[in-house]
Design a protein around this ligand. Structure first.
Ligand code: GLU
Length: 607
């Protein structure tokens, strides 16, 4: 418990004793689960080989799909300036966590549409020295006075999605800084204040607006209607500032300097907190009920990671309030019943099986997963290998099952599945491995592009509360993910670390993408673990996603060609832009291999 004993008073200790995994527990869990070979098919009838093969650079590497390479340390993040800030910290002897904080603060500045201190996130951290893995929850909370009808209109209908997004009502109490501060107490090496210097320097001296940021500003019809955002992102003539324009953000530099000197407490009480509350309560559209007490009461939480064996590996991720790991692990657990390695990568047969497994996982996710501090989430039942073997029996290799139903065993819960809206895709993911072998995955978010569009002191406030189900009931049954005061909205973020049979991390990955995150992460894991792709190839490979509806194939990629074959198997197929931002690191015998999503502007950098 050493790591947790040093946690701040704002980090509530988890309830169960098994609050974190240890290397020994992980290895034991893997060996134990593999020993149940009849239950968890691992492909061989004999004694399982727990000395798992480590992911290798695949034979089919091409120049453009070459991973970044390093021996000592590496960071993969969504913007080159952020990756550089992280690398600077790693070179100074900073820990993975130190590098993540420095990179995150730069991302807040240079990729403001996606994440920042006005939002929240989830962080999975593996400590090499202790073998501990801790899942940190910095998810936003609803104000204490929030009620289930928050997003219900006067006619009892769900508010139109974007109507709810923009303005004060959607803003959750930000959790990112409390989470990073708590993690820094446990895993930081360099002083907290040092980690803010790269972002403060860039905010004061200016940075160049990237092509992606420009496109996001230009495409947004709401941003320019808010004074603070208009003044910062638009020219006086009302045009989106061009790519390449130098942007200076003195208020943000000032905010960061205060937090650097005084700690996260300076954000949660005092002038910054007052300004946040004044901004959301005074919003011209949908004023919020958030109070300074809500900010002062915010707690990040250390939670037990969720881990499940997948063939030779143990895959670990973030428990509720995100559905990320539950759905990822369920999909993989179901797919263990099929020998994906024997199928041609990205073939119709393989995509069919993965889509069907994903349907089953989404049927459970939609019904049962929400903030487990408010709703009993049957996590153990959902991840029971015997249950997943049963679920796998619903999959036919020749015919799609169509819409999947939630599992029978669980159907007694009396819960109804909440509806999920299509949304603007934002969020960011970074992965880090330091010279000491500490490994972390951080996915953070202000939810939609530019969040609520409300800006205060140089940063944007999230719209994370629109991740709640807008309707609290369906057909008279309560929806698990309904709004409640103090509750955290269900997420899909899936920061993930994969371990080999001896408990060593071999892969770290995550992505933005809303509910499609789960499909992006599953595709990347299967690419490396089953198909031997190198990490860059696995990240870049065309996406296919099923959220228990149509099978989405990534528009403009070779995978579109599968449409007729999948339709012949009974899938409804849509071709869609699937905007991921996968940033991943494979830890191999040849050193660290980094993958940065070609769909974004990121880099993997290391030495
Ligand atoms: N708010 C979403 C979630 O927590 C993430 C949004 C995105 O990835 O664009 O699942």
């Amino acid at each position: 418990m050493a790591a947790l004993q040093t946690a701040s008073k704002h980090m509530r200790a988890p309830r169960q004793a098994a609050s974190k995994g240890s290397r020994r527990e992980l290895a034991r869990a893997l060996v134990g689960a593999l020993a149940l070979a009849g239950l968890v098919a691992c492909g061989s009838g004999g004694a399982p080989n727990v000395a798992a093969p480590r992911p290798q650079s695949g034979p089919e590497s091409t120049q453009s799909n070459e991973p970044a390479r390093a021996k000592r340390h590496m960071i993969a993040a969504a913007n080159p300036l952020a990756a550089e800030a992280g690398l600077e910290i790693l070179r100074e002897g900073g820990s993975a966590l130190d590098a993540a904080i420095a990179a995150q603060m730069v991302l807040n500045l240079v990729e403001p549409q996606s994440s920042g201190i006005g939002g929240g996130g989830f962080l999975v951290h593996f400590s090499e020295a202790s073998g501990d893995i801790v899942a940190y929850d910095g998810r936003e909370t609803a104000p204490a006075t929030a009620t289930p009808d928050r997003f219900v209109d006067a006619n009892g209908e769900a508010m139109p999605f974007f109507d709810a997004v923009v303005g004060g009502l959607s803003v959750g109490v930000p959790g990112l800084l409390r989470m990073l501060e708590a993690a820094h107490r446990n895993h930081g090496k360099l002083p907290w204040r040092r980690l803010f210097e790269p972002a403060i320097g860039l905010a004061e001296n200016g940075f160049s607006i990237s092509a992606r940021l420009h496109t996001s500003i230009a495409a947004d019809t709401h941003l320019g209607t808010f004074d603070a955002a208009r003044a910062y992102f638009f020219t006086p003539a009302g045009e989106a500032k061009a790519a390449g324009t130098t942007l200076v953000n003195r208020p943000f530099a000032e905010t960061l300097r205060t937090i650097a000197e005084e700690g996260a407490g300076a954000f949660y009480a005092g002038e910054i907190a007052r300004d946040i509350v004044r901004t959301v309560r005074g919003a011209a559209r949908h004023p919020s009920d958030m109070t300074e007490d809500d900010l002062a009461a915010y707690e990040a939480k250390a939670r037990a990671p969720l881990c499940l064996p997948y063939r030779f590996w143990l895959v670990c991720g973030m428990p509720p309030p995100t559905s990320g790991a539950i759905a990822t692990l369920q999909t993989l657990g179901i797919l263990q019943e099929f020998d994906l390695g024997a199928l041609k990568p990205d073939s119709a047969r393989a995509v069919h099986l993965i889509a069907e497994a994903s349907r089953l996982a989404f049927a459970d996710r939609d019904t049962f997963v929400a903030d487990s501090d408010f709703v009993p989430v049957p996590v153990a039942a959902l991840l029971d290998p015997r249950y997943l073997v049963e679920r796998a029996k619903a999959i036919s290799p020749d015919r799609s099952m169509g819409r999947a139903a939630p599992g029978d065993v669980l159907a007694q819960s009396g819960l109804a599945a909440g509806a999920e809206s299509e949304r603007g895709i934002s969020t960011t993911h970074l992965s880090v491995v330091d010279a000491g072998g500490n490994t972390l995955a951080l996915t953070s978010s202000i939810e939609g592009t530019f969040g609520s569009r409300l800006m205060v002191r140089g940063f944007l406030l999230n719209n994370q509360l629109t991740d709640f189900s807008f309707l609290p009931e369906r057909d008279g049954a309560p929806v698990a993910n309904r709004v409640e005061g103090g509750k955290r909205p269900r997420s899909s973020m899936a920061p993930t670390i994969v371990f080999d049979g001896s408990g060593r991390p071999v892969l770290v990955v995550g992505s933005p993408g809303g509910p499609s995150i789960i499909g992006f992460v599953v595709k990347t894991l299967i690419g490396v673990l089953d198909w031997g792709r190198n990490i860059q190839e696995a990240v870049a490979a065309a996406h296919f996603v099923n959220r228990n509806g149509a099978t989405d194939l990534e528009l403009g990629t070779p995978i579109e060609a599968l449409k007729p074959e999948l339709e012949a198997l009974g899938h409804e197929v849509t071709l869609r832009v699937l905007s991921s931002g996968l940033h991943a690191i494979a830890i191999t015998e040849d050193g660290l291999l980094g993958g940065a999503d070609p769909r974004r502007e990121g880099r993997a950098l290391g030495d």
